[in-house]
Design a protein around this ligand. Structure first.
Ligand code: FE2
Ligand code: FE2
Length: 304
């Protein structure tokens, strides 16, 4: 299925062109039971486990901050269809945040030191990317800038989501099924709502230069946050004596084993995103997301 959701001009979204959103973007009230899930849920792969642990630690704050910024943009969106999708998007991101937070609590109970990470992420989203009390034109410009940054971040979460759905190595390695469902359910919803943040940014701002600039900020910001957080967790792992390799080598090994995406991924996706005429609907098959969500144990458990 293919979408022709948004024009590239600000303030205009062609709602009559939709063909792949016959289903609405809505939050699913999923539940995960972490009892007996091993802290090293990718067996024998400490670095890869910590790489995905970054999601549980930094996403709850990041996704709530993003949901808040898009909720602030809602009064600026008159298009009924897009307005409805942004409401669904905000609901989905809020559910993602609380689902990852559940495992974060489990990590804390398991003795993982998350305090330095939490201080950093709370400073980043609460102070650096907070609203700074700005109003009027400055407030609007800062809102648009943050919409651009989060829209670009959403491109990365959508492509990583598809990567998670496609990855058969996790099944072969016996990754814990509850964790695998969390990663894939989240990935599937990211793929499902891949157009929404982009369309909202295009509607409210739509500037090509702002799109490119915020994409560079988002991609390098995410990379720094991800690598430093994973390295902190890897260094603090209680079994660290068995590690013989520094984290950059561990990263390269894990990506070669298809347990995490490689670094080239970042540059390739950044290049795609900033190309004039790009729209997320031109990415991979959204049916993949719909199919996974129809079988995800957590999503099925949420159905009445
Ligand atoms: Fe999310
Ligand atoms: Fe998302």
């Amino acid at each position: 299925m293919k979408s022709t959701a948004a024009s590239a001009r600000p303030g205009r979204v062609e709602t009559t062109g939709y063909s792949d959103e016959s289903y609405a973007i809505t939050a699913r009230a999923v539940q995960f039971d972490w009892t007996d899930v091993p802290l090293e849920y990718i067996p024998g792969e400490a670095y890869a486990t910590h790489f995905w642990n970054v999601m549980h630690l930094v996403l709850p704050e990041g996704e709530r901050a993003m949901a808040d910024v898009f909720a602030r943009a809602l009064p600026l969106i008159d298009d009924r269809r897009l307005h409805e999708e942004v409401v669904g998007f905000v609901g989905q991101e809020t559910t993602h945040a609380s689902s990852h937070e559940g495992f974060r609590d489990y990590l804390i109970a398991g003795g993982v030191d998350v305090d330095p990470i939490m201080r950093r992420i709370r400073y980043a989203v609460g102070v650096v990317f907070g609203d700074h009390g700005l109003t009027g034109r400055a407030g609007r410009a800062w809102l648009n800038e943050r919409l651009g940054i989060y829209a670009a971040a959403e491109h990365f979460t959508a492509v990583v989501g598809e990567w998670l759905l496609d990855n058969s190595e996790f099944d072969r390695r016996g990754v814990d099924p509850t964790m695998l469902d969390l990663l894939r359910w989240h990935g599937a919803e990211e793929l499902e709502h891949r157009n929404v943040a982009f369309d909202a940014f295009q509607y409210v701002d739509g500037g090509g230069f702002r799109r490119a600039r915020t994409a560079v900020i988002a991609s390098f910001g995410l990379a720094v946050l991800w690598f430093t957080t994973a390295a902190h967790l890897y260094r603090g792992d209680p079994g660290r004596r068995r590690f013989r390799v520094p984290w950059p080598l561990a990263f390269a090994r894990a990506s070669r084993r298809h347990l995490i995406p490689g670094l080239s991924f970042l540059f390739v996706q950044l290049g795609l995103y900033i190309r004039p005429g790009f729209h997320p609907s031109s990415m991979g098959d959204i049916d993949k997301a719909v199919r996974y969500l129809a079988t995800s144990p957590a999503a099925l458990a949420a159905q009445p």
